[in-house]
Design a protein around this ligand. Sequence first.
Ligand SMILES: [Zn+2]
Length: 87
Amino acid sequence: MNKTCVCRYCGKVFTSWHERSCCNDCLKTEEEEFSKIENYLKRYPNSNAIQIAEGLEISPFNVVRFIDEGRLSIRKGEFKEIKGRKK
Ligand SMILES: [Zn+2]
């Protein structure tokens, strides 16, 4: 069954047989963003999602999506800290 998805880059609504957060038009953008994050983590291995987003001037939400999708592994403790921050 097809699922309705919203592209995180251009906001386009599209359908896909599995849950996706990026439309076909933006796949290249996503790949570029992912390799930027990878390079950033090579330089600064202990960064959390917020630091990566600030360092690369991209949305922290996009960084978190890569983690949720299992494409990025950031140390769990740091990731939880961001999610649980309530002050
Ligand atoms: Zn798109």
